[in-house]
Design a protein around this ligand. Structure first.
Ligand SMILES: *Cc1c(COP(=O)(O)O)cnc(C)c1O
Length: 374
């Protein structure tokens, strides 16, 4: 939405949106250009620096341009097989974004409450407000998700709780025991949404167990996406799994042809290209560790990278160098990262893990700036 649209005077004759819709701040996507319009290397949207699986790119030509399979049957079957889930318990979305919005719409309405953590994913606030629900924000624990704080906010108006695990933009991660403890503390009629957009980046032995919970209980929905490790963000493909009741609700209100034929074909090929996913996970794990080590070696400059299980690192600027100055300095060096004052994080930059040479250049740039800011 442009500024001119939002500031247009409302007259008695103009259509007026619902007040809860008018209160929404539109999602701000990661940018790819500097303030002067120059294209920069984009490490602001958590995209895969290795690109897209070549197998997925090769699948494009084979897709017809007629209406797609409305039920994404082949893709759901493959997802089910890959994760040991009955395909009937999988629903596809136009990105997981569609499903996050629809689960709120399906279960919450005017005056109901939707809970998520401060420094959570920006879409949860929009999803809650879109259906007229009251967003309830739980305090964090040093930027991480605090299960007790979430549970303490549950009332008889609570309908949905959103937890991204790993969380965006903090990168923090709740182990399986904490997810199970959260679920056990909730009333059976509250939907617990575990958003695993970065799930494939987590080492298999550190799984949070959410997919199993979604298979066992009536009130757990897990969402996943092809936008991150699979490199298919442009195709808009996500999925969710949970109890048949939850899936039936989402199927009632999703777009009838919500995943394009090209998207279905590409996602299917990407899913079958396990080597690409594994190479992406290993690249991310190694580069993230190397980047964090370099930042920690800077010593007493006040740069604090938060522990991350995702494909980005949130760096807190607690010394003389501010996040805003560092953001501008990195742009001067050819990189656009994410500065998040609008999400209550003016003191932080979220940097997507990119190619090795880019992470070296960013770490070097941050060192130079931190040293000259002393
Ligand atoms: C990127 C992201 C998504 C994925 O959104 P899509 O609509 O599938 O592209 C979902 N949740 C979180 C926390 C994310 O960071």
């Amino acid at each position: 939405m442009s500024e001119t649209e939002t500031s247009a005077p409302t007259t008695a004759k103009a259509p007026s949106p619902k007040p809860w819709i008018e209160a929404i701040h539109a999602y701000v996507p990661g940018k790819s250009r500097g303030k002067d319009g120059r294209p920069l290397i984009k490490l602001s949207a958590n995209e895969n620096p290795l690109g897209t699986s070549p197998a997925a790119l090769a699948a494009i030509a084979q897709a017809p341009a007629l209406y797609p399979d409305p039920d994404s049957t082949a893709l759901r079957t493959a997802i089910g097989a890959a994760h040991g889930i009955d395909a009937a318990r999988v629903v596809m979305g136009t990105g997981s974004d569609e499903l996050l919005n629809l689960i709120a719409q399906g279960y919450a309405g005017l005056g109901d409450e939707v809970i998520y953590v401060r420094y959570g994913f920006a879409v949860y606030d929009i999803a809650a407000r879109r259906c007229g629900a009251v967003p309830v924000v739980a305090p964090d624990a040093d930027y991480g998700t605090d299960v007790d704080a979430l549970v303490a906010l549950v009332t008889d108006r609570t309908r949905v709780i959103f937890v991204a695990n790993p969380n965006n933009p903090t990168g923090s991660y709740l182990p399986g025991g904490e997810i199970a403890r959260l679920h056990a503390a909730l009333p059976a009629d509250v939907v617990l949404v575990i958003d695993q957009a970065y799930g494939e980046y987590v080492a298999p032995e550190d799984s949070d167990g959410a997919l199993a919970l979604a298979g066992e209980h009536e009130n757990v929905l897990v969402t996943r996406t092809f936008s991150k490790i699979f490199g298919l963000a442009g195709e808009r493909i996500g999925w969710a799994t949970g109890a048949p009741g939850l899936i039936a609700t989402l199927n009632r209100i999703r777009g009838p042809f919500n995943v394009s034929a090209t998207g279905q074909a590409m996602a299917l090929a990407a899913l079958n290209d396990g080597a690409f996913v594994e190479a992406s996970r290993i690249h991310n794990r190694d580069e993230r560790a190397r980047f964090v080590e370099k930042l920690e070696a800077l010593g007493n400059h006040g740069l604090r990278p938060l522990p991350s299980q995702a494909n980005f690192v949130l760096i807190l600027f607690e010394g003389a160098l501010t996040a805003e100055t560092a953001f501008d300095g990195l742009a001067d060096r050819g990189y656009i990262v994410r500065w998040l004052p609008g999400q209550g994080l003016p003191q932080a930059l979220r940097i997507t893990i990119g190619k090795s040479e880019d992470m070296d250049a960013i770490a070097d740039g941050l060192r130079e700036m931190a040293e000259s800011a002393k």
